[in-house]
Ligand binder design. Structure first.
Ligand code: PBG
Length: 327
C-alpha cells in the first residue's frame, strides 16, 4: 500500500509528542481533600494515606498557603467533630470544626476555593450518612428527614464562607432541597457540585480511617450505587441536573472510567469531576513503597487516564505531588 501509514512518525521527537498530545494535566484540574479535626495543635498522620494527616484548625493556615502557592484552585473539606450523635447535629453548628476551618482558610488564602463535603457519616454516632429510621422491619437511612438536616448543614457552611457545596450522601432529591434551601437563605450564588454517581465501593477503605466515618453496622448499599450498574448512573445524573446541580461528579474514578465516559458523552456541556479516592491513592503508595512501581509515573498516568475518560477536574490526594511533578 502506498503511501504507507506510519503512526510512529508523530512519536519520533519529544516536541512532536507534545504538539499532538490530546489530554493535558495541569494544577488547574485538581481539588485537594483535607481532613479537619477538633482540638488544638495536632497533626495525626493517616497511616493508610502517606503524606496526609488530620489537621486541627490552627494547622490549616500554613497548609493552605502551600496549597495556594502550588496553584491548586480548590480544597474540599471533611470534618472530624468532637461530638457525635444520632442525627449528626454538630454538622450544622456554626462553631463546628468545618465552619471554623472555612473561616480560617478564607482568611489565610482568600483566593483558594473552599468546597465542603456535605454528609453526616463523620458526624453521626452510628456512622451512616443520615438519620436512621425503621422501615418495614429494617433500620435504614431515612431520606426526607436527612434532607432537612442537609439544608441546615449547607446553610451553615455558606454562612461561614464556603464557595461551593458538594453533597455526597446519595439521598434522593438532595439537590433540589439544597438549591431551594440555599436560595431561601440568600445564597443563590453558591454552586452545587453533586456526587451524582457515587458507588458503594471498597475503595473508600482508607478514607474511613481518615474521616473516622465507618458505619457501626451494615453498609451503604441502600443509598450508594451498585458497582455493577452503569445505565443507572445516567439516571442519577439526569435527575441531579434537573434538580439544579451545577457540576457533576463520578466516584470512585479508576474502576469507573466507563461511567465518566458515559456521563461526559450524555452531558458534554456540564462540568464533570471525578474522585480519585483514598483506596486508589493507597494502592499506588503501597506498591511504590515496595519498589514495584514508579509512583510519579503511575500517578500521573492514572490522573491522565481520568481526564482522557472525560473528567474536567479531579479530586485527588496526589494534587500537591502532581503539581510538583508537572513543574
Ligand atoms: C462520605 C464520603 C466518603 C468519601 C467521600 N465522602 C466515604 C463513604 O461514602 O463511605 C470517600 C472518599 C475517599 O475514599 O477518598 N462522606
Amino acid at each position: 500500500m502506498f503511501p504507507q501509514i506510519r503512526l510512529r512518525r508523530l512519536r519520533s521527537h519529544p516536541r512532536l509528542r507534545d504538539l499532538v498530545r490530546e489530554t493535558t494535566l495541569s494544577p488547574d484540574d485538581f481539588i485537594l481533600p483535607l481532613f479537619v479535626r477538633y482540638g488544638q495543635n495536632t497533626r495525626i498522620p493517616i497511616s493508610s494515606m502517606p503524606g496526609h494527616a488530620q489537621l486541627t484548625v490552627d494547622q490549616l493556615a500554613a497548609e493552605v498557603r502551600e496549597i495556594d502557592s502550588l496553584g491548586i484552585p480548590a480544597v474540599i473539606l471533611f470534618g472530624i467533630p468532637a461530638h457525635k450523635d444520632a442525627c449528626g447535629s454538630s454538622a450544622w453548628d456554626d462553631q463546628g470544626v468545618v465552619q471554623q476551618a472555612i473561616r480560617t482558610i478564607k482568611e489565610a488564602t482568600p483566593n483558594l476555593l473552599v468546597i465542603t463535603d456535605l454528609c453526616f457519616c463523620e458526624f453521626t454516632d452510628h456512622g451512616h450518612c443520615g438519620v436512621l429510621l425503621e422501615d418495614r422491619g429494617r433500620i435504614d437511612v431515612a431520606n426526607d428527614p436527612t434532607l432537612v438536616n442537609l439544608v441546615k448543614q449547607a446553610v451553615s457552611h455558606a454562612r461561614a464562607g464556603a464557595d461551593m457545596i458538594a453533597p455526597s450522601g446519595m439521598m434522593d432529591g438532595m439537590i433540589q432541597a439544597l438549591r431551594r434551601g440555599l436560595d431561601e437563605a440568600g445564597f443563590s450564588s453558591i454552586p452545587i457540585m453533586s456526587y451524582a454517581a457515587k458507588y458503594a465501593s471498597g475503595f473508600y477503605g482508607p478514607f474511613r480511617e481518615a474521616a473516622e466515618s465507618t458505619p457501626k453496622f451494615g453498609d451503604r448499599r441502600t443509598y450508594q450505587m451498585d458497582p455493577a450498574n452503569g445505565a443507572e448512573a445516567l439516571r442519577e445524573v439526569a435527575l441531579d441536573l434537573a434538580e439544579g446541580a451545577d457540576l457533576l461528579m463520578v466516584k470512585p474514578a479508576l474502576s469507573y472510567l466507563d461511567i465518566i465516559r458515559r456521563v461526559k458523552a450524555a452531558h458534554p456541556d456540564v462540568p464533570l469531576a471525578a474522585y480519585n479516592v483514598s483506596g486508589e491513592f493507597a494502592m499506588v503508595k503501597a506498591a511504590a513503597a515496595n519498589g514495584w512501581i514508579d509512583e510519579q509515573r503511575v500517578a500521573l498516568e492514572i490522573l491522565t487516564s481520568i481526564r482522557r475518560a472525560g473528567a474536567d477536574m479531579i479530586l485527588t490526594y496526589f494534587a500537591k505531588d502532581a503539581c510538583r511533578w508537572l513543574g
